[in-house]
Each structure stands twice: as structure tokens, then as C-alpha cells.
Design a protein around this ligand. Structure first.
Ligand code: ADP
Length: 174
């Protein structure tokens, strides 16, 4: 039988326990899950896509999971990887409209070959977002409840860098 390959795309700037929950649950549903880290030159991120890939690789170690960065259209990346499923996480109602728009667009662009599967956020992570964690980190708050401890140092370093003003291009995204 053909291998079921799914792509979990996102910015992952920075990766939270909410992302990890979706990743862990996806593994049980598909033969292979490719975490696609989007390089979007228009979106200002704290971490470069290489750094985001590295941070994910520090935490996510599983035979069925690959971590790669990509640019351009998601459907092209999916096609290139022989994946016909896109995984997205759904939190509150506020996610819904944007996600629906993306799912329908990707379906059309792929000539209905790519299907988007939504996994609901778990209760603990329902209100967790990368931008919230970044905001807390910038204000010296405790973030260890929200992210894996193996990336705490990367985050602290980045906060110092931002506060030190060494990179004034870095601003909080959404
Ligand atoms: P994007 O810029 O593509 O939205 P994100 O890294 O913000 O990238 O999110 C990637 C995916 O993970 C999205 O489908 C988003 O809804 C989902 N996600 C983000 N945070 C959570 C969370 N706390 N629980 C479940 N899913 C989440």
C-alpha cells in the first residue's frame, strides 16, 4: 500500500508545546510526517528558518518525522514530497476563517489532490501561541511551561540579542 505522507507546515517561530502536541498526535495517523518550516521573506521572524529547523530537530526525534524548510507555495512543496495531506492545528474560533481560506485555496491550487486535516488543539494548549510566548520572554516572564526546556537557552539568547539592540530588524510577528 502507498505510504501516507503528511506535511505539517508553519512558521514555528518559536516552537511551542502546542505545536509539539499536534506533531505527536499526527505521527499516529500517518506513515510519515514532514514538518515544513516556512521561509517567508515578507514575514519578520525572531529566528531564521535554519535556526527554527535546528530548534525543532533538538526536540523532535522520531523515525517517522522529517524536518525541512521550504519556500514558495505549500502545494508545490507537498507535491515534491509526494504528500497529499496538510496538517493544521485549530485553536479558538479566531483560527478558523484564515485556516478555512488556506485549506480551500490549497485544495484548488492542487486540483483537489491535497487534503487539509485539522487537529483540534488540546485543552492545555488552546490559548498558546508563539507570539504570546515571545511577549512573555521579552518581559522576563517564565516560559518553561509553554516550550520544551531544550530550547530555553536559544530563546534567552535571542531575547538578549533583541534587547541589546544588535538586530533592530527583529520584531515580534503575530
Ligand atoms: P503559521 O504562520 O503557518 O500559522 P504557526 O507556527 O503559527 O505558523 O502555526 C503552525 C500551525 O500550528 C498552525 O496550524 C497553527 O494553528 C498550529 N498551532 C499553533 N499553536 C498551536 C497550539 N497551541 N495548539 C494547536 N495548534 C497550534
Amino acid at each position: 500500500m502507498e505510504k501516507k505522507i503528511a506535511i505539517y507546515p508553519g512558521s514555528f517561530d518559536l516552537v511551542t508545546n502546542g505545536h509539539l502536541d499536534i506533531i505527536n498526535r499526527s505521527v499516529n495517523l500517518f506513515d510519515e510526517v514532514i514538518i515544513g518550516v516556512l521561509t517567508n521573506y515578507k514575514k519578520k521572524t525572531w529566528f531564521t528558518s535554519d535556526q527554527r529547523v535546528k530548534m525543532l530537530k533538538k526536540i523532535v526525534k522520531h523515525d517517522k518525522i522529517k524536518i525541512e524548510s521550504f519556500q514558495g507555495l505549500l502545494v508545490n512543496f507537498a507535491n515534491h514530497k509526494n504528500a497529499n495531506v496538510i496538517i493544521r492545528g485549530l485553536r479558538a474560533v479566531s483560527d478558523y476563517e484564515y485556516e478555512l481560506q488556506m485549506a480551500l485555496t490549497n485544495s484548488t491550487l492542487s486540483k483537489e489532490k491535497v487534503e487539509t486535516v485539522f487537529l483540534s488543539a488540546s485543552r492545555d494548549n488552546l490559548y498558546l501561541s508563539s507570539s504570546l510566548v515571545k511577549e512573555i520572554a521579552l518581559n522576563n516572564g517564565e516560559i518553561s511551561e509553554f516550550v520544551d526546556k531544550r530550547i530555553l537557552e536559544d530563546i534567552c539568547k535571542k531575547v538578549e540579542e533583541i534587547k541589546g539592540g544588535t538586530n533592530d530588524k527583529i520584531i515580534s510577528s503575530r
